[in-house]
Design a protein around this ligand. Structure first.
Ligand code: AHR
Length: 502
């Protein structure tokens, strides 16, 4: 059996664990909103029509921020359609997903949902078909106390207090030719800069995110960030990154190494941002909002929007069913995000319910957890305090997509207040159980509090409404700690969490 040595040391501190790393995303897309978070017919629905069971699982998942309302949807969205009396709200064509938007849920309902779910809103403005004025209008509606036309409209609509939304996305994926109102980097950079500058005239302490690239493979990757940041650097706090991964052509080895690409993405954007900083001779640093990331099988039929005269409300779209390998990759992507906590200040799993989601619902019926629910919930729960880089001495294997990849990847967290240490590790081997030998001697007095493993002899197992519990993170009894050396065996294609404490 291969033995891999890892070292955990408080000196390897990267930065704080950020709650915002555990954000998610709710888009008006498919069944994410309608029959997802919102389903008035459901027995658990509240007065707004929000499903209580979805709220419960959102809390269990440990979600911090929720990005809203898109996504591609936002680039054609008129936020005014979604406020005021419901029976007077217009139905609109949603060009992004070839659907009909009934506008039964809008800003006010969503903000009530964030309150019910204990989450923080990350609001996106439309910089596709709209511009500075409409962004200012939405900000006035949401954040101005009262005494102006739009803030008084909010009050009349039932929200006496301002929402005080801090996090704002300046558009969505404006680099993508698929985007409504797609722009060149220069066109977008100018618009984003002017929008940000004006928004800060209302509220200087906003946290603003400019659109970065929609993935490393997009031809403008790097150059886009360079141009956009040259225009916006002084006015924004973060630049976004989006990445989706999938097992293609049976190449499980590459798929399991997806986090190698995410590492590269983050490191590249960091380098470009720091290059612009040097050129501008500024002290301020730009951070990354990885506000769309997940496994997404884009080539599957359920990712193809309707066409022709068919403009349904809440069609089944992007309802990927995730297997055990997908969950291991999701866990590994979380490892990458945590490892970059010095530069990734916000992240959103895309998405939350039904649409490439950890939570699935039947309209009016059952709810269940996908395999990908578990690594997210565990990382959100057990990552506390500070992120520690883990020194890993592991053999590599060759991948077709991402070059040589280490067989094992890991990150650790340590809470200086409680002394709790958590090790998150994946075994990317498709065949071999490996032994992890973890040197933790620099943190004396630890013992094993618990160890779990998510894996299955058949890594293609998927959860369903009938059975979402046959494969769960299970206790891993092989974990022992002796003389500051932790030993644990981790099976092939597995996500593992070892918790240590005094
Ligand atoms: O999350 C699904 C879609 O992926 C979003 O609408 C878009 O921003 C991205 O391309």
């Amino acid at each position: 059996m291969t033995t891999i040595t890892l070292t955990i040391d408080p000196a390897f501190r990267v930065g704080p664990v950020r709650r915002r790393t555990f954000g998610a995303f709710v888009e008006h897309l498919g069944r994410c909103v309608y029959t997802g978070i919102h389903d008035p017919e459901h027995p658990s629905a509240d007065a707004d029509g929000f499903r209580g069971d979805v709220i419960d699982l959102t809390r269990e998942l440990g979600v911090s921020t929720v990005r809203y309302p898109g996504g591609n949807f936002v680039s054609g969205y008129r936020w005014e359609d979604g406020v005021g009396p419901r029976d007077q709200r217009p139905r609109r064509l949603d060009l992004a997903w070839h659907s009909t938007e009934p506008n039964l849920v809008g800003v006010d309902e969503f903000m009530r949902w964030t309150k019910a779910s204990g989450t923080e809103a990350m609001m996106a403005v439309n910089l596709g078909t709209r511009g500075v004025q409409e962004a200012l209008d939405l900000l006035e509606y949401c954040n101005v106390k009262g005494g102006t036309a739009l803030s008084d409209q909010r009050r009349a609509n039932g929200a006496a207090e301002p929402y005080d939304i801090k996090l704002w996305c300046l558009g969505n994926e404006m680099d993508g030719p698929w985007q409504i109102g797609h722009k060149t980097a220069h066109e977008y950079g100018r618009l984003a800069a002017e929008t940000a500058r004006a928004m800060r005239m209302i509220q200087p302490d906003l946290e603003l995110v400019a659109c970065g690239s929609s993935g490393v493979p997009i031809p403008t990757f790097g150059q886009w960030e360079q141009t956009v940041l040259s225009e916006t650097y002084e006015y924004v706090d973060m630049i976004s990154a989006h990445a989706y991964y999938a097992e293609e052509d049976g190449d499980l080895g590459s798929f399991l190494a997806s986090a190698v690409d995410m590492d590269h993405f983050i490191d590249s954007v960091t380098a470009v941002a720091d290059g612009v900083r040097a050129h501008k001779k500024l002290a301020k640093r730009i951070h990354i909002s990885f506000d769309e990331w997940n496994v997404w099988y884009q080539k599957r039929a359920e990712s193809v929007p309707p066409s022709g005269d068919d403009w349904p409300v809440a069609p089944v779209l992007l309802e990927d069913k995730y297997n055990v390998a997908d969950a291991v990759v999701v866990g590994n992507l979380l490892i990458s995000l945590l490892r970059h906590t010095d530069r990734v200040h916000s992240a959103s799993l895309a998405q939350l319910v039904n649409v490439i989601a950890p939570i699935m619902t039947e309209p009016g019926g059952r709810i269940w957890r996908q395999t990908t629910f578990h690594p997210f919930a565990q990382a959100s729960r057990y990552a506390t305090g500070e992120v520690l880089q883990v020194a890993i001495d592991a053999p590599t294997y060759e991948t077709a997509k991402f070059g040589d990849a280490p067989l094992v990847d890991a990150v650790a967290t340590r809470d200086p207040e409680t002394g709790a240490v958590a090790l998150f590790a994946v075994n990317r081997s498709t065949t071999e159980t490996v032994t992890l030998e973890v040197d933790s001697r620099s943190i004396p007095g630890l013992r094993v509090l618990g160890a779990t493993t998510l894996s299955n002899p058949d890594h293609t197992w998927v959860a369903t409404a009938d059975d979402d519990t046959a494969v769960l993170p299970r206790d891993n009894d092989s974990a022992t700690l002796d003389g500051g050396r932790l030993t644990v065996q981790v099976p092939p294609v597995s996500w593992n969490v070892v918790r240590l404490g005094a």
